[in-house]
Design a protein around this ligand. Structure first.
Ligand SMILES: Nc1nc2c(ncn2[C@@H]2O[C@H](COP(=O)(O)OP(=O)(O)OP(=O)(O)O)[C@@H](O)[C@H]2O)c(=O)[nH]1
Ligand SMILES: [Mg+2]
Length: 334
């Protein structure tokens, strides 16, 4: 990535986190508690069906007279099957980012998301304005899950939204591809890492159940013997590792909400929405308190970082001008 852009983004990230931690603690708790809407951040491996899921869910909500507010954060998506209220592609030209910064596809997705995040406060303002009109704010994320989950911009977006309203991670899994117990295990480990990293309620959505029932996956989660049976045919060292890991994951499974849906037929959408209601309450009862404690602990560090940025001039004036130039090129008219 372009180094000056990298430095600027890092500095912005530090300022943002500092502001978030102060603002989040002092004034946002009430806003979050009073907010009836739920923000759903849809994550999952490439091709698991995130976009199709968002489309079907939005159709379902529309039929129930509670239309959702849809946000697309995938800059590289070609065909959008749903009418997004906010679309990253209206703001950042992914192909131009690739050309301008000499990047490959994944680097360009990360940089596009970074550029977008520097303007994410405008998205938050739009969400705030709409929060009384919608019960669900749904975010579709890029195919390469790590782009969102392991990037600074993904963290800033998640933290910003979670400081505004009850926020839930929806982890979409391809039921057919997870027939293999080792694949299932690695996918669940990923879900587990997202849960602990984001510190937000998480719903696992077993998608594509029109092709393959998800019941056996639920059994694997509740009955360790069944999972071992499935592993029996695999006698390599990986299955030994999987055995040990599945024991570790037992506690994680007991806390987890998992539902099966088909994003093609729409089966399971009502069950999913019930799980969302539960997760909303769980956010208020458990996660918000944990976040308060966490924020308190990081407040001093955040203020220190904020002061350091100002003192060191980590964002020089001319860099700021560059920033303005770049964002001028961006059309934020949504
Ligand atoms: N049969 C069936 N196919 C599905 C379902 N959900 C998604 N698909 C198909 O799975 C493929 C991938 O779906 P997408 O919605 O593009 O998946 P995605 O996770 O958004 O993909 P990326 O954004 O590229 O990571 C498409 O061909 C969809 O038609 C489902 O519930 N049932
Ligand atoms: Mg997609």
């Amino acid at each position: 990535m372009n180094t000056s852009l990298d430095i600027r983004f890092f500095a912005l990230q530090r300022v943002h986190l500092a502001q978030y931690n102060q603002r989040g603690m002092e004034s946002n708790q009430k806003i979050v508690r009073d907010n009836k809407a739920t923000c759903l951040i849809v994550l999952g491996m490439a091709g698991s069906g995130k976009t199709t899921f968002v489309q079907k869910l939005s159709e379902h909500l529309y039929e129930n007279d509670t239309p959702g507010y849809l946000i697309n954060l995938d800059p590289a998506c070609l065909d959008m099957p749903y009418p997004a209220n906010i679309d990253i592609r209206d703001t950042v030209n992914y192909k131009k980012v690739m050309k301008d910064y000499g990047l490959g596809p994944n680097g360009a997705i990360i940089t596009s998301l970074n550029l977008y995040t520097t303007k994410f406060d405008q998205v938050v303002t739009l969400i705030e304005q709409r929060s009384s009109e919608h019960d669900h704010f749904i975010l579709d994320t890029p195919g390469q899950i790590e782009v969102f989950n392991w990037s600074a911009s993904g963290m800033i977006i998640t933290e910003t939204l979670a400081s505004q309203m009850p926020t839930v991670i929806v982890y979409v899994m391809d039921t057919v591809r997870n027939r293999n117990p080792a694949t299932f295990m690695s996918n669940m480990l990923y879900a587990c890492s997202i849960l602990y990293k984001s510190k937000l309620p998480l719903i696992v959505v077993f998608n594509k159940i029109d092709l393959q029932s998800h019941q056996y996956l639920l059994e694997w989660m509740t009955d360790f013997e069944k999972f071992l049976e499935a592993l029996e045919s695999e006698q390599d060292y990986v299955s030994g590792l999987t055995r040990s890991l599945s024991l570790v994951l037992d506690a994680f499974y007991s806390e987890l909400k998992a539902v099966g849906v088909s994003s093609v037929s729409g089966i399971g959408m009502d069950t999913f929405l019930e799980a969302v209601e539960g997760a909303h309450l769980e956010y208020l009862d458990i996660y918000l308190k944990e976040r308060e404690t966490m924020n308190r602990a990081t407040k001093d560090v955040a203020i220190g970082l904020s002061n350091m940025t100002l003192k060191d001039g980590a964002i020089p004036e001319d860099e700021n001008e560059d920033q303005e130039d770049e964002s001028d090129a961006v059309d934020f008219s949504t």
